[in-house]
Every structure is written in structure tokens, then in C-alpha cells.
Design a protein. Structure first.
Length: 329
């Protein structure tokens, strides 16, 4: 049966330590590319395809932005977000839909409750319940629908692999990663997801996040706009306390988490990493990526230490910390 790399091809990336005893171990693979795209470090199997999950969102957003849709600032950031459903996030999603008078019912992502606890409590108190706009991928879906409206593409079926929008996404992904997907599936939000290698993913993210607005090519100009928007408005990409947001706010990196233990990150100097934790847990992916970038010299270790303290990686014993989740790379 087709699938990603095996346990025997993975290496230990992080551990869960309780009272000095290693309680759990997270195995996976990772790659680090230097500022010029050179391979700096490889851990485990980085050639076998993985489903990148939400780390595909930057490519999907660029596809929208090169389809006649102008996204700038917070609007661009929400298009690449895995947001927590706060009122501010929902307002951005509704704002995108309102540009073309698209009803929220057209969103192809499933109804959900906000991830943010305060926002979720507010919804419960209001008695309104689950809604598609609260789903963490609704910004991406709203942007996709806006591209359809701008090009007279049908809104119905916009998530199908043969829809013009999804063909555009695939073209963008292949241009940036230099790979043709080994397989395609359906992501948790209903959009297509394409299997590529960690090497291809790291290469693609680095090209995207180091693009320049002066480029003669629209793909790279819009990629530069997207990267700048995410770094300037990290709250929109995640939300209060979310790992992506914390890392971007504190260290100026570009960070994008994906379900099932995937993470991509680019330091300000262009050094980039792609990580896949094999058991699918996302809890250590941010600190793994940060440590890889620090070990490569792209981030200061002291600064990463300070950010790690904000990532809620403590292992609790009653009401006090007795250990932590830490990278072992």
C-alpha cells in the first residue's frame, strides 16, 4: 500500500520528558536548506513523499493571487492561515467573501467551532453553533472562491482536481517544488492535497519565502507579497498563542504548521527547513524546526530558548511543570 516513509527510515526528533524520565519519543524526518538552497542537514528519509497538509497553503494562496485576485496585508495572511476562529479572523474571511458577494454557504470546508477558547465560549453563549467560517481553513477557501468569481470559474465543484483553480494550484506547486506529486488525496478541509517529498517541500517553501517583489515573474512577486503579509500579520496566520504566530512574532521567521506532524519554516536569512513527525503529532514540530534553524546558525539559541518557553511545551504534574517536550535534533 502506498504511503510515507517507514519507522525504520525515521530518526528521533523530540522527546517528552517527565521528572527526568523520557516518557515518549517522536521520530520523523527533516531537511535544512541553506540560504542558497544548498542541503545543510538531513535527518531520516527526505525523499519519500508525504502529504504536506496545511503547509501547502502558501502555494494555494499564490495560485489565487496570480489568478487575478489582489490580496494584500491581512487579506493575504488569512488566505494562508490555519486560524483559530477569533472574531477578527472571521471578519477577514467574511470580508473576502463580500468582495464578490459570495455566500458563506459556498465555502467547501466543513462547519466547525473556533479553536480559540474565548471565541468558542462566545459562540456557545450566543447559541449559534458550528459554522464554516469558524473552520481554520476558511480563509483559504474564501480566497479560492474569490479567484473563481474573478475568472468566471464555477463556484460549484471548486475543490475538484479538474477544476481550473485546482489545476492552477498544482501548476504553482510544481513550479516552486520542482516535483510532480506522487499521489493526490483530500485534505481535512475538503481541498486537494498532493504528496511530495520533504526535499521538494523545503525547496518550494524556500523559493516562495525568499522571493522578491522586484521579480519579473508574477509567481515570485506575489509570493514575496504573501511572505511579507504573513510576517507583518502573524496573528492572522494562527492566533493568540498559536505556535506559528508566536514564532513569527518573536523571531521574524515564516512558519506554517500542517496537520499530521508537518512544519515548514524559513529564517530571515533564507535558511529553511521542512519537518515530518511520523506519528502525526504536531506538539513538537515548531520547536524541532526552531532548533534545526538555530543549529544551522540562522537563529540565536538564546532567542529560541525564550520562544520555547512561550510554546506551552511543559509536561505537568498536578498544577506544576515536571518536565517538557524538547527537540533532540
Amino acid at each position: 500500500m502506498a504511503g510515507t516513509f517507514s519507522v525504520s527510515d525515521a530518526v528521533e526528533l523530540a522527546v517528552v520528558e517527565r521528572n527526568g524520565f523520557v516518557e515518549s519519543r517522536h521520530a520523523g524526518s527533516a531537511i535544512v536548506l541553506g540560504p542558497e538552497g544548498e542541503v545543510v542537514r538531513v535527518l531520516g528519509d527526505v525523499r519519500t513523499p508525504i502529504f504536506p497538509r496545511s503547509t501547502l497553503k502558501p502555494f494555494q494562496a499564490v495560485a489565487v493571487m496570480t489568478s487575478g485576485v489582489t490580496l494584500r496585508g491581512e487579506d493575504a495572511a488569512i488566505a494562508t492561515a490555519s486560524h483559530s476562529g477569533t472574531a477578527a479572523h472571521v471578519a477577514l474571511v467574511r470580508g473576502l467573501l463580500a468582495r464578490a458577494r459570495i455566500p458563506a454557504a459556498a465555502l467547501g470546508c466543513p462547519p466547525a467551532m473556533p479553536i480559540d477558547s474565548a471565541a468558542r465560549d462566545q459562540v456557545v453563549r450566543a447559541g449559534t453553533g458550528r459554522d464554516r467560517v469558524y473552520m481554520e481553513c476558511s480563509g483559504k477557501h474564501a480566497a479560492m472562491l474569490l479567484a473563481c468569481a474573478a475568472n468566471d470559474w464555477p463556484l460549484q465543484g471548486y475543490l475538484g482536481l479538474e477544476h481550473p483553480l485546482q489545476r492552477k494550484v498544482l501548476d504553482v506547486l510544481e513550479r516552486f517544488t520542482g516535483e510532480r506529486p506522487a499521489a493526490s488525496g483530500v485534505d481535512g478541509c475538503g481541498a486537494p492535497v498532493h504528496a511530495i517529498s520533504l526535499t521538494g517541500l523545503a525547496r518550494g517553501i524556500q523559493k516562495l519565502t525568499t522571493s522578491q517583489t522586484s521579480s519579473p515573474f508574477a509567481f515570485f512577486r506575489e509570493a514575496a507579497v504573501l511572505t511579507e503579509a504573513a510576517r507583518e500579520h502573524p496573528w492572522a496566520v494562527g492566533g493568540p498563542g498559536r505556535p506559528d504566530t508566536v514564532a513569527m512574532e518573536r523571531l521574524g521567521v515564516f512558519a506554517k504548521i500542517g496537520a499530521e506532524g508537518v512544519m515548514v519554516m524559513t529564517a530571515p536569512n533564507g535558511t529553511s527547513t521542512a519537518v515530518k513527525v511520523l506519528d502525526g503529532s504536531p506538539r513538537a514540530t515548531t520547536v524541532i524546526a526552531l532548533r534545526l534553524l538555530a543549529d544551522s546558525g540562522a537563529l540565536e539559541h538564546d532567542a529560541v530558548d525564550q520562544v520555547q518557553a512561550e510554546l506551552d511545551l511543559w509536561v505537568m504534574g498536578g498544577d506544576r511543570p515536571v518536565g517538557e517536550i524538547r527537540a533532540t535534533v
